[in-house]
Write a protein that binds this ligand. Structure first.
Ligand code: SF4
Length: 319
């Protein structure tokens, strides 16, 4: 697909979203346990049917009009035969009146997308995957995602769905907001410069990247690295909920305000969420700065290190 086609398609998707048509992006029915995640889209008000137009009555006994012999010898044979055809055709019915203009009522406006915490999205599973079963269980989620078109990000020029990386039996999970350009190209989360910094942070905690689990709120790259929109996060996070339920990390670190907002279902500044433990599906969750932010403002690395040290103490790790 050319960039121009992608852009036009995206503009059309935006237009549909402005109309509140969110269900268009989903292929098939949502899984029942996540059906409540998506705000209902109210049916449009039915448009009044246009009055039926009675066809013009055909003459009971068609009288062939008198066709005089061609007077002008300059008429071509085609023109003459056309003239005869027109003269003998029954009168055409009047065209129907134009349909009444579609009324866009307030009920058809885009529904508000509420923030829903990961805890409120689904009940905790009654049966947990055993350590041996976790890789296959995660693989089945990836299989279920398929070549996903459930949200607008499918049409925003993504190259790869970035599922996750790391140890299915990890004690610690990092959650970012969404893939960037490098991740989109490789299909692996946190592999660019921000990923390098995250690797350094993990190493500084005394861990290796292979020991933790890394994922994002949305699995497709938002264009221009913008923040994921609620309809995208609400749709995609059903998969991350399942991933967390399978991995069952003891600890989660939310990287940045956007990840924290969607995980916790609250919209607060990052500083208001740091320095305390939150609960996300049974995992103790800390909030810290996104590595990309730390690259832009290295002076905040010390603050991020304080957050990680709290996690290390709780995990019983030595730096
Ligand atoms: S972001 Fe998630 S829900 Fe949206 S298309 Fe990608 S995988 Fe599907």
């Amino acid at each position: 697909m050319t960039p121009e086609t992608t852009e036009r398609l995206r503009a059309y998707v935006d237009y549909l979203r402005d109309l509140g048509v969110y269900d268009l992006y989903r292929r098939g029915e949502p899984r029942p346990e996540f059906a409540n995640l998506l705000a209902p889209v109210q049916a449009p008000r039915p448009v009044a049917a246009a009055p039926a137009v009675a066809p013009a009555r055909a003459p009971a006994s068609p009288v062939r009009p008198q066709v005089s012999a061609p007077a002008a010898p300059s008429l071509s044979p085609f023109a003459a035969s056309q003239q005869r055809t027109n003269a003998s055709a029954p009168p055409k019915p009047a065209p129907p009146p134009p349909p009444a203009p579609l009324e866009l009522s307030p009920a058809f406006a885009p529904p508000d997308m509420p923030l829903i915490s990961f805890n409120a999205r689904a009940e905790l599973p009654q049966h947990r995957a055993s350590p041996d079963d976790k890789p296959a269980a995660l693989q089945s989620i990836r299989h279920h995602i398929g070549d996903c078109t459930r949200c607008p990000l499918a049409y925003a020029g993504r190259r790869n769905i970035v599922f996750a990386d790391g140890n299915p039996n990890a004690r610690l999970m990092f959650v970012g907001e969404g893939p960037g350009a490098d991740e989109d190209a490789s299909g692996v989360p946190f592999v660019g410069k921000a990923g390098q910094l995250l690797n350094n942070m993990i190493n500084a905690m005394g861990l290796k990247r292979e020991e933790v689990y890394i994922a994002n709120i949305v699995k497709c790259r938002p264009p221009g690295n913008r923040n994921p929109e609620p309809v995208e996060a609400n749709t995609c996070s059903q998969f991350l909920v399942e991933q967390i339920d399978i991995v069952q990390p003891q600890f989660i670190v939310a990287l940045g305000a956007i990840a924290a907002t969607y995980l916790l279902g609250v919209k607060k500044p990052l500083v208001a969420l740091r320095g305390q433990w939150h609960d996300v599906r049974g995992s103790q969750t800390a909030v810290t700065y996104h590595p990309a932010y730390l690259l832009r403002d290295p002076s905040m690395k010390g603050e991020a290190w304080k957050d990680l040290q709290r996690v290390m103490v709780a995990m019983g790790l030595k730096s």
